[in-house]
Design a protein around this ligand. Structure first.
Ligand code: MD3
Ligand code: FE
Length: 222
């Protein structure tokens, strides 16, 4: 029995905000809004990690300073300098081990991986990327992990961004995928080595996070 009452239309609009899965490839998908129920627990964990390991702009082997600020938590953290890209157990800036991965981070990463068909994900590294307006990440592949068999889980927080998803070769023209606060992307298997990047962040103000985007990227690196 179809009905057109205003209340029903609002109920329908609310349902449309519920988490939805959008495929990006055979083994890659966006889980829209999946992180929203975790945000309240993620933010205190994030603040603790950043007290011990503040964002810093790293230098690439080619000598360019990244526009994105980086930090890490978990057993391994990703680092770049003139000597190359690598995972380390110690934060080169503090000389201390990277801060522990907060429980809420790990739980969210495992739940998202399971939802996307990758049960048994045990991340040992969480890279934290900090974008301010204008910051971007050029097309690249993630190749510094030991085993490409494990998926990668990426959590978007704060300002929206446009994610670029290319193919296995840099020459393939990338798709543009808008990512919003609370969206989670999971990819593995045949999609694991696809080129990807983030277009320059637009100006804006997020009610919880202010003028920035923060991306949590979970990996099995070691
Ligand atoms: C698609 N970060 O840190 S992770 C990175 O929004 C990085 O900060 C992006 O790329 C960010 O290396 C998003 C998204 C990502 C990572 C690996 C992929 C997407 C991918 C591998 C294959 C396909
Ligand atoms: Fe990447």
């Amino acid at each position: 029995m179809p009905s057109n009452h205003t209340a029903d239309l609002f109920a329908e609009a609310e349902l449309r905000q519920a988490p939805r899965t959008e495929p990006l490839g055979p083994q890659a998908c966006v889980l829209r809004g999946f992180a929203l129920p975790w945000v309240e627990r993620l933010l205190p964990g994030l603040r603790g990690v950043l007290r011990a390991a503040p964002f810093r702009q790293m230098v690439t082997p080619g000598g360019f300073t990244m526009s994105v600020g980086l930090s890490s938590c978990g057993q391994l953290g990703w680092t770049t300098d003139r000597d190359g890209y690598r995972y380390t157990a110690v934060d080169p800036q503090s000389g201390q081990p990277w801060p522990a991965m907060p429980e809420a981070f790990r739980e969210l990463a495992r739940a998202a991986a399971t939802q996307a068909g990758f049960a048994g994900f045990e991340p040992d590294a969480c890279l934290i990327n900090h974008y301010v307006p204008g910051a971007r990440m050029s097309l690249h592949q993630d190749k510094d992990e030991r085993d490409y068999g494990a998926p990668i889980v990426s959590v978007s927080l704060g300002l929206p961004a446009v994610f670029q998803l290319g193919g296995q070769q840099r020459s393939e023209r990338p798709l543009r995928v808008p990512l919003q606060h609370g969206d989670v992307v999971v990819w593995g298997g045949v999609d694991r080595l696809r080129y990807h990047g983030v277009l320059p962040l637009k100006d804006g103000m997020h009610p919880l996070l202010g003028p920035r985007r923060i991306n949590l990227t979970f990996r099995q690196a070691g």
